[in-house]
Ligand binder design. Structure first.
Ligand code: PXG
Length: 301
């Protein structure tokens, strides 16, 4: 059955959800997006995703033609129309249709669309055994050229890194910033544990401030774990007590080997496992209900 897509004020079947070849999202990667998940009848951290979307739009000086409240309703209604309680949501705002030149002022109005689909889950085995990753030669975009804090439609930088990872036979890559500090993975943030302290790089060094990253930092602090945002190098990763990646799709995923170096004993660490559990618990209860009549938003049907 075809999916129902929200596109510029209408809910249409996917066959009818088409944008112009003159759309600057396509011609120049000029636009912003969010990848969001629904769990158990609720949209997880929807507010945080909307804040990031509107902040990204402001930074590229694009005015989204819907309020945040209206955008929230678009996300919930698209899920309802597809009868989804669990799934992946892709919310996209492009600069819109323009001419063949770069000038964004010639674009009439931003294109807004929302896709919701069931999600292909990562195999549970990966969470039990952990990921093997490599560092790639592609450096993360420099913040004074294109800031990685904007979740923009131009993902070439990350795609290059992903290609290098695949060439090396692994699913994810660690990317360094131009100064050689560890920045993030291609679609995930990175954490290490050193002397019991949970450490992740600060976003100003050039990385996307992940919603999952921020959630994991909150969960850790609630558990009394010391959390620090500070720069570190590959030496710190190779010698870490634990390492994991975070992202909307991957959630919290242990990383047990980096560039051939086994991290600690090569098994997911205890703090990582504790945070995986806490994160999964939170996904069951956080966020607005898709079907407001449901008091528990639960799955018993
Ligand atoms: N860094 C980058 C560069 C990302 O694209 C994250 C970190 C994690 O952010 P969240 O807010 O999800 O915790 C992302 C996530 C995918 C996929 O298929 C992931 C992202 C974008 C597109 C696809 O894994 N973004």
């Amino acid at each position: 059955m075809s999916l129902i897509i929200y596109l510029d004020g209408e809910y249409v079947p996917e066959e009818k959800a088409v944008v112009s070849v003159f759309d600057h999202g396509l011609l120049y990667g000029d636009g912003v997006f969010e990848g969001i998940r629904a769990y158990n009848g609720r949209v997880f951290k929807l507010d945080d995703h909307l804040v990031r979307l509107y902040e990204s739009a402001r930074t590229i000086d694009m005015e989204i033609p819907l309020s945040e409240a209206e955008m929230q309703e678009v996300v919930l209604e698209t899920l309802r129309r597809n009868n989804l309680r669990d799934g992946y949501i892709r919310l996209v705002v492009t600069r819109g249709k323009g001419d063949l030149g770069l000038d964004p002022n010639k674009c009439i109005r931003p294109t807004v669309f929302c896709i919701t689909a069931s999600i292909q889950l990562y195999p549970e085995e990966l969470y039990e055994k952990g990921l093997i990753v490599v560092t790639v030669s592609t450096r993360r975009n420099v913040p004074d050229a294109v800031t990685p804090r904007v979740k923009s439609l131009n993902y070439l930088n990350n795609i290059y890194a992903k290609m290098e990872a695949k060439l090396a036979g692994v699913p994810e890559a660690i990317m360094l910033n131009a100064q050689g500090y560890v920045a993030e993975a291609t679609g995930d943030n990175i954490f290490i544990v050193k002397k019991g302290v949970l450490i992740t790089p600060p976003s100003y060094i050039g990385l996307l401030e992940g919603v999952t990253r921020n959630t994991v930092m909150d969960l850790a602090r609630e558990k009394g774990i010391a959390v620090e945002e500070r720069v570190f190098t590959l030496h710190d990763v190779y010698n870490a007590e634990e390492c994991f990646l975070t992202g909307t799709a991957a959630e919290v995923i242990p990383t047990v080997m980096v560039d051939g170096r086994v991290i600690a004993d090569g098994r997911p660490g205890s703090m990582t496992r504790e945070l995986i559990t806490a994160y999964r618990e939170l996904t069951k209860v956080d966020g607005p209900l898709i079907f407001p009549g449901e008091t528990t938003g639960c799955c018993g049907r």
